[in-house]
Design a protein around this ligand. Structure first.
Ligand SMILES: Cc1ncc(COP(=O)(O)OP(=O)(O)O)c(N)n1
Ligand SMILES: Cc1ncsc1CCOP(=O)(O)O
Ligand SMILES: [Mg+2]
Length: 344
């Protein structure tokens, strides 16, 4: 066996492990994201077990750091990482390049190991998407706590007046959710909501209908478990838009992360006057999400200023509400009290 092959495998395996460690440390200590940390750790273990199968001792013995012509060739950008995006991108690249090098060189000695490196590389692409989307979404929703669902109301003027009140109350997100209006009226309401929200800082999401969200240039769409997938919604909406998905158990919440959703709705939490349910994942589900997921999560279902403290006690500090705001004589007062409860 050519010693230069072992030397290459040694260098590439160190590079892969180091890149992966940097990403894992960032997600673990910087983001406190248990789910993503677990996924990264599982890739690290998978990689370690493949490396162990290769002859590790021979590769360490073939190491020649002082004789490595590459140690003094440092790219100008290597010591410059201006933000989390650069840092993570550079380390995912390092990981993926090292895995490709391991794969190609392992082909010369161990085809099973080569296949395992290839699979690890594909997994790293998925992890990159999950990590980058989660961190970007956490930034996008950093100051977002109150998400209000409204229907199209009895007429356009009534609708406009409700939206005006919600904007004065500084609702962070308004979702247009109407299951009864015909498409043309729904588009008209959506256009009106777009005009009223543009430039206000309040995000505008359309429920169920990526097509309508696209027509009116909404900020995004919300889809349920039986509707278009996150990927299909993005295909319709185009790039740079938000896609949220409803989740009712922890596996759906994890899947939403793997699918690249920008946020999740978690619930139903309590019985709701807006929509009826016969199963309530409730506060236990909120606790599960809070314990392992940092993708922005909005508790939904029957939430009011009277029970919001239970939501925060479960570890969730964002809510999606309908009845308690829409039926209030003073929506602003409800939003203000929700906001202070969620901040506490
Ligand atoms: C923020 C948010 N979370 C959950 C839902 C519910 O969506 P879905 O399960 O598709 O049910 P419908 O709202 O379509 O009846 C939501 N709309 N928004
Ligand atoms: C659409 C939806 N999905 C789960 S609960 C719910 C309705 C939320 O409205 P409310 O805050 O009035 O319970
Ligand atoms: Mg839906």
């Amino acid at each position: 066996m050519d010693i230069s092959l072992w030397r290459t495998l040694d260098a590439a395996s160190n590079r892969a492990s180091e890149g992966l460690r940097v990403i894992e440390d960032f997600v673990r200590y910087g983001q406190n994201d248990k789910y993503l940390t677990t996924e990264l750790k599982s890739l690290r273990h998978q990689l370690d077990s493949t490396l162990k199968k290769l002859d590790r001792l021979t590769s360490i013995q073939s190491r020649d750091t002082f004789g490595d012509v590459g140690t003094t060739l440092q790219g100008k950008l290597e010591q410059a990482r201006s933000n989390w995006h650069d840092l993570l991108t550079a380390n995912f690249k390092r990981l993926q390049q090292a895995l490709r090098s391991l794969e190609e060189h392992a082909k010369l000695i161990d085809s099973a190991a080569a296949t395992a490196f290839e699979q690890a590389r594909y997994q790293s692409y998925s992890l990159e998407k999950m990590v980058m989307t989660t961190i970007a979404a956490s930034n996008t929703f950093a100051d977002v706590a109150i998400y209000v669902l409204i229907d199209g109301q009895a007429s356009q003027p009534v609708f406009e007046s409700l939206v005006t009140k919600l904007l004065h109350a500084k609702a962070d997100v308004i979702q247009l959710r109407d299951k009864n209006l015909d498409d043309r009226t729904l588009v008209a309401r959506a256009q009106c909501l777009r005009q009223q929200t543009v430039g206000t800082g309040t995000k505008f999401i359309v429920n169920d209908r990526p097509d309508i969200a696209r027509i009116v240039s909404a900020d995004g769409v919300h889809v349920g478990q039986e509707e278009l997938t996150v990927a299909q919604a993005r295909m319709v909406l185009g790039p740079g838009k938000l896609v949220g998905v409803s989740t009712h158990d922890i596996n759906q919440a994890r899947q939403a992360i793997r699918d690249g959703a920008d946020y999740i709705g978690v619930g139903p939490t309590f019985p709701s006057g807006t929509k009826s349910f016969d199963h309530f994942p409730g506060l236990d589900f909120l606790r599960e999400v809070a314990a392992e997921i940092t993708l922005p999560a909005f508790a939904i279902g029957g939430i009011t200023a009277d029970n919001a403290a239970q939501v925060t006690a479960a570890g969730i500090h964002r809510v999606a509400v309908s009845g308690c705001v829409n039926q209030a004589r003073d929506p602003r007062a409800v939003i203000d009290s929700l906001r202070s409860l969620l901040a506490g």
